[in-house]
Design a protein around this ligand. Structure first.
Ligand code: GLY
Length: 337
């Protein structure tokens, strides 16, 4: 044999814990450092406000934290504190905060044990679970790693008191996961028979099933991008003026405009207040498909749903993307009953 071969496996486990007062319990522990979204309501972060900068650091809200500058600031701070590998990093915030904190957690000392406390529905059911970490490059989430958090702590009080706009944003991702994977769950959402906590548990369980089979986005995990090719183009086209959840809802509606279940999908999105017809011009949208992370050379992965609960991945030429979406949002008359 002329050569050598290294075959090493990496093993990750994430534990999801449902309960209350997680933060107050964690604060009692030694060797833990908190990163939090400084715009969070005091009711959520009050246990952190008594801590000094050797224990906790606030980051700006939203996408402005997902930059190299923010990462450098935090890592320089960790260097000043001379943190050791035995330090646990705990992040409290929405998806943007958990994305950047988990990115830092994956990089610093080649990996700190990371705990996430998501404070938005979107972060609970999507961003915090599955180990994608990210900061933004030229396009959103272009720089990152796969590093599942050791624990994801879901706080029932945060969920109960969540403002409606954050529930609407997260419900787009919940409806997405039901649409690609579980028609029974989709029907429960249509019939509004589940509590919010049951919705979170079911959506997280479905995502866990996908990620357990394909952590690094090679095949099955790509299904989670249903609606997202168009959503990411819409987000960039509007310079991120619309929320991710709103763009995902609009993306799913556009990508299924011709489908027999298109009206059903639109109805359930409307039930939870998720859908806004975000304006677009089809031709002008075209260049924004180029930023898609699922692109390889001149092809990209398009998520096709022949029927609710049964999604599949298709490789299509980039130029075909535009043909998949209509000139305008479908009217009720245009959609199948
Ligand atoms: N948000 C899509 C994924 O986790 O793969």
């Amino acid at each position: 044999m002329n050569g050598l071969h290294l075959n090493a496996q990496r093993h990750f486990e994430s534990e999801v814990v449902f309960g209350t007062r997680h933060l107050s319990a964690l604060i009692q522990r030694d060797a833990i450092f908190f990163l939090y979204d400084e715009s969070l309501p005091e009711a959520i972060i009050h246990p952190l406000l008594a801590l000094d900068e050797t224990k906790a650091l606030g980051l700006p809200a939203g996408e402005s934290a997902k930059t190299w500058a923010a990462v450098k600031r935090v890592m320089d701070h960790f260097e000043t504190l001379n943190l050791s590998k035995s330090t646990t990093l705990c992040a409290i915030g929405g998806g943007a905060l958990t994305d950047v904190a988990a990115f830092i957690g994956s990089m610093y000392l080649r990996g700190l044990k990371t705990i996430l406390i998501p404070t938005t529905l979107l972060a609970m059911v999507d961003a915090s679970i599955g180990g994608k970490t990210a900061i933004n490059g030229r396009y959103k989430n272009r720089i990152g790693s796969f590093y599942p958090a050791a624990q994801i702590l879901i706080d029932e009080t945060i969920l109960e008191k969540m403002p409606p706009h954050l529930v609407q944003e997260g419900m787009s991702e919940v409806i997405k996961i039901a649409a690609i994977q579980d028609e029974e769950f989709f029907i429960q959402l249509e019939d509004q028979t589940l509590s919010m906590m049951d919705i979170v548990k079911k959506a997280m369980q479905l995502k866990i099933e996908i990620v357990a089979k394909d952590l690094t986005d090679q095949h099955r995990r790509l299904l989670l991008n249903f609606g997202h090719t168009t959503a990411h183009a819409l987000e960039a086209y509007h310079d991120y003026a619309y929320s991710h959840g709103a763009c995902v809802a609009a993306g799913m509606v556009l990508e299924t405009a011709e489908k027999p279940f298109g009206r059903r999908l639109l109805n359930v999105l409307n039930t939870y207040g998720c859908f806004t017809p975000i304006p677009y011009d089809k031709e002008a949208l075209s260049p924004f498909f180029l930023g898609d992370k699922k692109r390889s050379h001149d092809h990209l992965h398009w998520i096709e749903i022949p029927r609710i609960g049964e999604a599949k991945v298709q490789q299509i030429p980039l130029a075909e993307c535009l043909k998949k979406i209509p000139q305008h949002y479908p009217t009720l008359e245009e959609q199948h009953a």
